[in-house]
Design a protein around this ligand. Structure first.
Ligand SMILES: Nc1ncnc2c1ncn2[C@@H]1O[C@H](COP(=O)(O)OP(=O)(O)OP(=O)(O)O)[C@@H](O)[C@H]1O
Ligand SMILES: [Mg+2]
Length: 268
């Protein structure tokens, strides 16, 4: 599993950040070297680790001078030429925050509507994600922006698994099915789902029946304690032992799934 690259996506508010924060810490407890990346324009992965917002790192996307320097674009040079492949390989070490054993890199994302941005910020973000996915040795977990836009930019090409979170709601299932389709078109081998915020068995059955060709990694209960941890800006890790146990199981299923595809690549 060391070196595996995992992205977590889905509709807004389904639990992407919660799952990323917990898994990052669980993988680190297993002894893996973990790099967690917040790639949502509304960066709040650090909060899920229990880090107060005033101590949360500034998202790299907001570092205008750094982006101008790396892409060779002046601050005022709107529409001017810029490097599409800026060198960013030194940046993770420089900007990550160590949270226990986890390295947390707050990237952010572009907020303008529409997919793709032919701008220095877009090139910078894409270069950083591509670098971390293709070059780094850590287990990388990417907390994606809500919806299908993040996939439209194809910045997660090369990941080993896309994990989609769904809640008991038709719109989140639709989003997951759309994302799964895009992921397959991009050649992503493992697309899996976690059902979150489940309150009764019938919801689980419905989600199973409506998901198309994706592995179900686990079922997480709706947990008032998890909700409360967010309200109190506390780490989600200590909120609910049963919730954690289910996520631990889901993580192990994902590990087997990824290991089996990596194994089959070696055999060929
Ligand atoms: N199983 C659960 N039970 C109760 N509350 C939950 C559960 N999972 C997540 N939540 C709560 O739902 C809210 C949204 O969760 P989270 O921020 O992880 O979702 P997200 O998909 O990252 O959202 P966004 O699209 O805004 O980034 C939070 O308040 C979180 O505490
Ligand atoms: Mg989130």
């Amino acid at each position: 599993m060391q070196g595996a690259k995992i992205a977590v996506g889905g509709k807004g508010g389904v639990g992407k950040t919660t799952v990323c924060a917990v898994w990052a810490q669980l993988f680190a407890q297993d002894g893996l070297d973990v790099l967690a990346i917040d790639a949502d324009p509304n960066t709040n992965l650090a909060l899920a680790f229990g880090i107060p917002s005033e101590q949360s790192p500034m998202p790299l996307i907001q570092m205008k001078e750094l982006i101008a320097e790396r892409t060779g674009s002046g601050r005022d040079a709107v529409g001017a030429y810029f490097r599409l492949n800026p060198n960013v390989s030194d940046l993770p070490e420089e900007y990550w925050l160590k949270v226990g054993k986890v390295k947390l890199l707050v990237l952010g994302a572009i907020t303008q509507a529409g997919s793709g941005c032919a701008c220095p910020e877009g090139a910078f973000l894409k270069a950083l994600l591509t670098h971390t996915i293709l070059q780094r040795q850590e287990l990388v977990l990417v907390d994606l922006a809500a919806g299908v836009e993040s996939m439209g930019r194809a910045s997660v090409q090369g990941i080993d698994a896309l994990v989609l979170i769904v809640e008991p709601g038709g719109r989140s299932i639709e989003t997951a099915n759309n994302l799964a389709k895009m992921a397959r078109e991009l050649g992503i081998k493992n697309v899996a789902v976690i059902a979150n915020k489940i309150t009764e068995r019938s919801q689980e059955d419905l989600i199973r029946s409506e998901l198309k060709d994706v592995a179900l990694l686990g079922i997480l209960p709706y947990s008032p304690s998890v909700q409360q941890a967010d309200l109190q800006r506390a780490s989600v890790m200590k909120a609910d032992a049963q919730f954690m146990a289910q996520l631990q199981k889901a993580k192990d299923v994902l590990t087997d799934l990824i290991d089996s595809t990596i194994g089959s690549e070696v055999d060929v």
